[in-house]
Every structure is written in structure tokens, then in C-alpha cells.
Ligand binder design. Structure first.
Ligand SMILES: Cc1cc2nc3c(=O)[nH]c(=O)nc-3n(C[C@H](O)[C@H](O)[C@H](O)COP(=O)(O)OP(=O)(O)OC[C@H]3O[C@@H](n4cnc5c(N)ncnc54)[C@H](O)[C@@H]3O)c2cc1C
Length: 271
């Protein structure tokens, strides 16, 4: 479209980034969750005297199986989800939640390179892409994507939209108005907190439901897989229904369940 003058220094790259999630709740806290929920729940039955070092798993299983789900609402987990703007719209439909989302009113994307998430059908790997002559896009290794290919259709559409946004910013239009020109593929980050009951509900809708959209499903399957490992009493029944390995969508990198400071079910260091 070329409706503005773009300086050589300006960064009009299209950056394909990965969707996924990071744990924001301190992992050490999870060691306390079974005993706390048992403590809260036993008030209902006045059965505190039945608490032993091993009793929490059975008690929590009973709560979940019997439908006494309100007890697990006492505790929550926070993650940061990275996805595109279309996916984030699905996420925030879940109302029993707290969200803090990257704001397109306050963040200015003009001439900084646009981060996007790509549906697998467009066949583009994570990386940086740019275009010199608008008929072909190139990645940093010099591989070219020409008109008529899936890759070109995606890159060109996103580029054109981003060009319009950046020019609008140049013309003095505020990010809160220029943002309407950005594509749905634009990357966003949403810090998301649900209580444990709501996590179970969202997993039913978005991870274990084969009709859920691919991106939210991959992220939710990955979170469920992880929660099933670190909080098996609360999520083991659901994570057992997963088929496949979704650990690739855990963007935390640093967190390896096998390297937790202790096995929450065997040690006493957090009690
Ligand atoms: C496969 C799929 C396809 C979808 N397609 C569409 C679509 O085409 N268009 C569209 O608009 N949406 C669509 N949705 C979104 C869907 O309709 C829900 O808005 C979304 O999944 C949130 O789930 P929830 O309603 O269970 O609410 P949540 O906010 O997650 O609430 C959790 C639970 O709390 C209870 N609850 C919450 N609020 C209330 C309330 N006000 N009154 C009574 N009970 C309440 C309900 O039991 C609810 O299930 C789709 C969702 C899925 C999974």
C-alpha cells in the first residue's frame, strides 16, 4: 500500500512468535495446596481429627468426585498466556477470573516490528520476516516466500495492516485508534488467574473438548499437562485424559517439574 515514508532505521519486520504460557504463581506454593484444601474442607464435616500426612489426596478426590467443588475455589493459580488477539477473546469469555492484558491503547507498536502468532496451515516457523519489494518475503536465512504461497498470503496481509498502523501513528493518530488496523494475528499477553474449580471448568471447555479452537486448546492442554504433574490430586483425573505431549507450549523453560525443590506429597518442608 506504501502510503507512508518508512525510514531505513524503521523496523517493519513481521516477527512470528510462539503461543504458550508461563507459570506466574510461585511453584513452591503448590506444596501447600493439598493440605490447605483439606484443612478448609474438613470444617464442613468437623473431621479435622482424621487429618494425617497422607490423608489430603483421598479427601480431595472425594470432594471432586462428590461434586463438592466449592471447597477448591479457596485457592487459585496464575499463568501468563501468550496468544493472538482472536484467541485472547475466547480466553476472556471465562468470567470467573482476573485478567491483566497487554493494552493496545497504551502500547505503541509503530515501526517496532509486529509480533504475530501464525496458524499452522500457513506453514511459517518462528522467526523474523521482511520484504524489500512487496512481491516476496524473506527470512533471516534468506529463504524466500513468493506470491501464490500460503506463507506469502499471511505475511503480506499482516504486513499491509501493520504498514497502515505505522503510517497512522506517523500521522498523529493515537495507538487506541490506530489499533483497529492491527490484525487478529497480533500477539498479546494475558496474565490469567482462575481458582482451582474454574481451571477445571476451563480445561473441560478448552482442553478436553475436541471442538475447542486449536490455539487455545494447545495452550490449555499444555497447562493441564503441567498441573496434572504438580497438583495431581486436583488435576490428575483430567490430565490422564490428554493424548500427546504439550510440554513444548510451556514457555517458562526454567520450570522442570522433575526439578522441584521437593516432592509435595512426600516431604514436610512446606508444612
Ligand atoms: C467450542 C466452543 C465454541 C464456542 N462458540 C462460541 C460462539 O460461536 N459464540 C460465542 O459467543 N461464544 C462461543 N463460545 C463461548 C461460550 O459460549 C462461553 O461464553 C465460554 O466458553 C465461557 O464459558 P462459560 O459460559 O462456561 O462461562 P465461565 O465464565 O467460564 O463461567 C463458569 C461457569 O460459571 C457459571 N456462570 C458464570 N456466569 C454465569 C451467569 N451469569 N449465570 C449463570 N451461571 C454462570 C456457569 O456454570 C459457567 O459454566 C464457545 C465456546 C466453546 C468451548
Amino acid at each position: 500500500m506504501d502510503i507512508g515514508i518508512i525510514n531505513k532505521e524503521d523496523n517493519m519486520n513481521v516477527n512470528v512468535v510462539k503461543h504458550g504460557w508461563e507459570l506466574y504463581t510461585p511453584v513452591e506454593w503448590f506444596a501447600l495446596y493439598p493440605t490447605l484444601i483439606e484443612k478448609y474442607g474438613r470444617t464442613c464435616y468437623k473431621s479435622e481429627d482424621k487429618t494425617t500426612k497422607e490423608s489430603s489426596a483421598k479427601f480431595i478426590k472425594m470432594l471432586i468426585k462428590s461434586g463438592h467443588h466449592s471447597v477448591v475455589e479457596h485457592l487459585g493459580i496464575t499463568v501468563k498466556i501468550t496468544c493472538d488477539r482472536a484467541c485472547s477473546h475466547q480466553l476472556v469469555r471465562h468470567r470467573l477470573a482476573a485478567y491483566s492484558q497487554e493494552s493496545q491503547r497504551y502500547c505503541d507498536y509503530g515501526y517496532k516490528g509486529l509480533n504475530v502468532i501464525v496458524p499452522p496451515k500457513f506453514n511459517l516457523a518462528v522467526g523474523t520476516y521482511n520484504s524489500e519489494n512487496k512481491n516476496v518475503f524473506e527470512d533471516l536465512e534468506g529463504e524466500q516466500y513468493e506470491i501464490g504461497t500460503n506463507e506469502f498470503v499471511f505475511l503480506n496481509s499482516v504486513y499491509e495492516a501493520y504498514d497502515g498502523y505505522s503510517v497512522a501513528r506517523d500521522l498523529g493518530i493515537k495507538p487506541e485508534d490506530a489499533r483497529v488496523l492491527l490484525p487478529n494475528a497480533t500477539k498479546t499477553e494475558v496474565v490469567t488467574t482462575y481458582n482451582l474449580r474454574q481451571w477445571r471448568h476451563v480445561f473441560e471447555d478448552r482442553a478436553l473438548n475436541p471442538r475447542a479452537q486449536w490455539q487455545i486448546r494447545e495452550i490449555m492442554c499444555s497447562i493441564l499437562q503441567y498441573f496434572g504433574k504438580v497438583l495431581p490430586d486436583f488435576f490428575g483425573d483430567q490430565s490422564a485424559k490428554l493424548t500427546g505431549d504439550f510440554s513444548d507450549f510451556d514457555l517458562t523453560q526454567k520450570i522442570n517439574p522433575s526439578k522441584l525443590c521437593c516432592d509435595p506429597h512426600k516431604c514436610n518442608c512446606h508444612k
